[in-house]
Design a protein around this ligand. Structure first.
Ligand code: SAH
Length: 351
């Protein structure tokens, strides 16, 4: 059985040919597009300027992707909200709303599960299911924005999954998210984080999008990185940095390097020095964050003193660096933990 077309993943041109294919006038496509991406309607029935007959026809002819909220945890410390959504096929994904002085930012998942297997991460523990559709990525933002009745200013693709392992859907998602007829999020306010799939970084560079690329680096040497991230076996550190330089050349966008500090693993003076050497002269920014301990993983986050010392060492070497504020520490903060807990069936009764 072929699946019905997913209209929320279509751009206006595609939607127009779909609608005219149903023998409807092309301006109907604009109306539907507005309902979906501007007004963020949760169902076809909300599209009240379409006739009941046409709405029924639409329901029969297409698939209207909408996420169901299963759970939300709200941090008492900083207002961070962690949402759990159910997809139509019963899989669950998580998304996080973070509040900053400059506005609200949503961290979305790009896949259900992940196959990258980073050793400190909870996302891969439940295995890999599938990449998310553009509509399923957008819906995470639409549902949260509706829930808090606020406009979202920033989006980071840093939740569960590897976005560059879902390349085509990611690109379509970016097109729709930044479209002036939709939410119209500025490309500069969108960050895509990758563990370092080198060929896809080159591919993305050619698109010349003004988005921020974040690289999960986590180690200053190939030897150490291999121990933390299996992807390093496939694409080594040298290749990765070359791809980053190319990305900067093509887009003019400064790369962000994510560096999660694990106590006694990658947080010593030696690593800070190695990292400074590695990034010297590169137009980049380093984001430090202590590792979030995951029950099934053996890593511990570095202490405040070590984080600060690491930061100062980098600064001394003139590397741009910030320590990422840890948000939502009192709710399942680390990537994939809420989803995992849900899948294990013990979300209830945790209060
Ligand atoms: N696959 C992409 C995006 C998802 S992971 C990537 O690897 O970048 C988002 C970020 O969270 C990555 O930098 C990842 O390495 C980091 N991360 C995963 N588990 C973590 C943990 N337990 N503590 C701190 N950061 C973690």
């Amino acid at each position: 059985m072929t699946e019905k077309p997913d209209i929320k993943s279509m751009n206006l041109t595609e939607l127009t040919s779909f609608v005219t294919g149903l023998s409807e006038k092309s301006f109907r496509a604009k109306q539907i597009y507005q309902w979906m991406h501007h007004k963020q309607a949760a169902s076809i029935d909300e599209m009240t300027n379409l006739s009941v007959l046409f709405r029924e026809k639409l329901k029969q002819e297409c698939r209207f992707v909408s996420l169901k909220q299963v759970d939300v945890q709200i941090s008492k410390e900083d207002g961070t909200r962690k949402y759990l959504f159910a997809l139509e096929d019963g899989n669950v994904i998580e998304s996080v709303l973070m509040r900053y002085k400059y506005g609200s930012s949503i961290c979305i998942s790009s896949q259900a599960g992940c196959r990258m297997g980073c050793r400190f991460c909870a996302s891969a523990l439940g295995g890999f299911v599938r990449g998310l559709l553009p509509s399923e990525m957008l819906e995470q933002i639409y549902r949260i924005s509706k829930d808090i009745d606020e406009r979202i200013s920033h989006v980071v693709v840093m939740g569960t999954g590897e976005p560059l392992d879902n390349y085509d859907n990611l690109l379509k998602f970016i097109e729709l998210l930044t479209d002036e007829n939709g939410l119209h999020i500025s490309r500069r306010n969108l960050t895509v984080s990758t563990c370092g799939i080198v060929p896809e970084i080159y591919r993305l560079a050619e698109e010349k999008l003004q988005i921020t690329l974040a690289i999960s680096l986590h180690a200053p040497s190939q030897e150490k990185r291999r121990m933390l991230m299996p992807i390093a076996e496939k694409y080594d550190l040298k290749e990765l940095l070359e791809a980053c330089r190319y990305y900067f050349e093509k887009t003019g966008r400064r790369i962000t390097f994510e560096y999660a500090l694990a106590a006694g693993v990658n947080d010593m003076e030696q690593e800070a020095e190695e990292l400074s050497k590695l990034l010297k002269g590169m137009n980049c920014h380093v984001n430090l964050i202590p590792i979030n301990p995951v029950r099934e993983r053996s890593f511990q986050g570095s202490g405040q003193r070590e984080v600060l010392a690491f930061k100062e060492q980098l600064e001394k070497n003139r590397i741009h660096v910030t320590v990422r504020r840890e948000l939502g520490r009192d709710i399942d903060a680390a990537c994939g933990q809420l989803r995992k807990r849900y899948m294990e069936g013990n979300l209830k009764g945790q209060e």
